[in-house]
Design a protein around this ligand. Sequence first.
Ligand code: GLC
Length: 782
Amino acid sequence: MLEDTSFAIHPGKEKDTNTTPYKRIGTLQAYKEAKDTYLFECTKGHVAIKFYTDSIVRIVMNPFSQPKLDASKAVVAEGNSVEVKVKDQDQAVSLLSKHLIVTIEKETFSILIQDDKGHVLLDEGNRGMGFKPTGEVITYKKMDKDDHFYGFGEKTGFLDKRGERYEMWNSDVYIPHNPETDPLYVSIPYFMTLRNGRSHGVFFDNTFRTIFDMKSELDYYSFEAEGGQLDYYVMAGPEPKQVLEQYTYLTGRMPLPPKWSLGYHQSRYSYETEAEVREIAQNFIDRDIPLDVLYLDIHYMNGYRVFTFDEERFPDPKKLIQDLKQMGIRIVPIVDPGVKKDPEYYVYQEGINQDQFCKYIEGNIYHGEVWPGISAFPDFTDEKARKWWGDKHQFYTDLGIEGIWNDMNEPAVFNETKTMDVEVMHRNDGEPTTHRELHNVYGFLMGKATYEGLKHQLNGKRPFLLTRAAFSGVQRYAAVWTGDNRSFWEHLQMTLPMVMNLGLSGVPLVGPDVGGFAHDTNGELLVRWTQVGAFTPYFRNHSAIGTLYQEPWRFGEENESIMRKYIQMRYKWMPHLYKVFQEATKKGLPVMRPLFMEFPKDEKTYNINDQFMIGDNVLIAPILAPSVTDRAVYFPEGDWIEMETGNVYAGEQVHLVHAELDYMPIFVKRGTAIFQGEIQSRQNKSPKQVEMHIFASPEEHWYEATYYDDDGETFAYENGEYLELKLKVVHSTETITITTLEHNGDYKPDYVEIPIVIHHLSKHQTVIMNGEEINGRAVLTL
Ligand code: GLC
């Protein structure tokens, strides 16, 4: 308690910092090539360098033994065979691929990495890499005055992470997420540097506690780990989008989520009974607010035992789930990793009898306290336990459930350290390893187990998984929400950079608890947050036990009707969003993008925290503070059309935009196009009609528009059952010329044509489609 008072800064309490100096790796003695890998022997250790593609190189330092080239489970790529030239000079040796040059200074073993044009990406200067006898590994890189840093997974604070120091150690943090709250639930030891319009990436594949320090020194930054190898990949970019493509080449991309998971979700800790769940669902129907998912938080279980229902509160879950599905609403239950220690509980019995729980090296099971009381934790690092856990989800899928919510999977434990004992010895698929090393991947592997189990049981349908804890690569299995935020305006503000940086860390399907989880929300905050939520990739309203209920109708009719409008708007924008999600599955690009991703040459965009883009042409400028009805909006290059008013704003400058509570400004870049839809019914929320909107430009300009659709619920798209149209729209003073470039895939949607609406067409412009002048209605025939 005294730690919350000035006693915390008592002069006698100065931190005892570990000042043992690092040892450098020493001088280069010899090197050789073996199977696409270059092995360097130094006086104090070993380094391996391997190219994965022309644009990705991996560097592994091991001071104690030959570098191990197996990677963490985050990495899916094995690498291609890359043509590398070796240039050996007096002082240095260089390895050259098509896009990267790695130069090693022989005397000090300092590494310099440049791109094919000679631009410096990473320069160790006179600091290099090193280690401590106690096992820590570290490397320093020169920090350029123009460096901006992004990524790092889930962090509080602003978009640009220059001047910050971050730790990666998955942690359950309930106390307010403020700018110095670090670490949180997710560890993604990856970042992107943007320097003068060019970018490159670094992925530090080390699952121990790691630290990234862009703060302590003026001209160097560093990254270090508590143990393991210094094992990192450098991605050449140079466009931010290419860095993401390269990073997700290594760590994998998101499969297409089921369309229903992209709609509106309503949650509460907890809707405690079947009657309450039905009442909430009915309210959405009666009030004409579209809803795709309702969550069951921990109260649905019998004494918080996973894979059970409380028979009194939920007497007939199957019927409930079926009835709600008829109403077009899916149920997603929470599943935590802790299995209650109870000899009469079947999951605990199975876990013990089949030896599935985490243990100490001596063989005793690790027990820790979570919601159900003393519990054991499945050892997800082992395939046997993953399979067991995955199979157990048949319990839910047999009831008609298609989505699961994983929580407390850092793992959270109610003790001083907040987690499992780091001495627990995980089985780790035959290579026993301590929790100290595998802590950060525990939740990720729970996600893998769950997703794979669900996928198997759902027989070709796409599962949905939501997780709180994660590591690099989580996008292959789960959506991530940003944990226990609060109903503070500051947390609404923080949502934007947080979600954008998660997107820049390879995780496209992300969002906050809309309205705020802890603390009481209020009507104005909930309205503004719902407006933002309508465009965050994952859109769920969730609130904590003991706080005011915050469903959209709880704060009067006026607020309700604004929220209805924005939740409906989410569905109207679904065709555009779905296309951007599809891009995420192909290239790993974020759905909610910082402006710099589209305009990397425009320095003004490098730290914009209160605006974002959806795809390459839609710009959103929400209101993020109480009583504010006007705001400054920065527009990058081009002209921008305000959707609601048709007003045109010239780019590369700031304009003042008016936005009463019922309005959130949305702009589309002039000269581009978007697709919007209209939902069929409450039950079937796929579009019955899609329209293409072209925003005519009076200037010479062209844009390639893509339309994508599929059945939205199966993996048939992987076998050609999709519809992809690529269109070129060329604008000039006299004509708007629309040409179908490609029509791919076999999927036939219910709608047979896409009408085209052209906005801001001047009377001097005629419309030409696939070679013919159009006088009446323009349509794309499918
Ligand atoms: C944790 C989760 C929260 C959930 C609660 C009860 O605090 O972050 O979302 O509602 O546990 O399960």
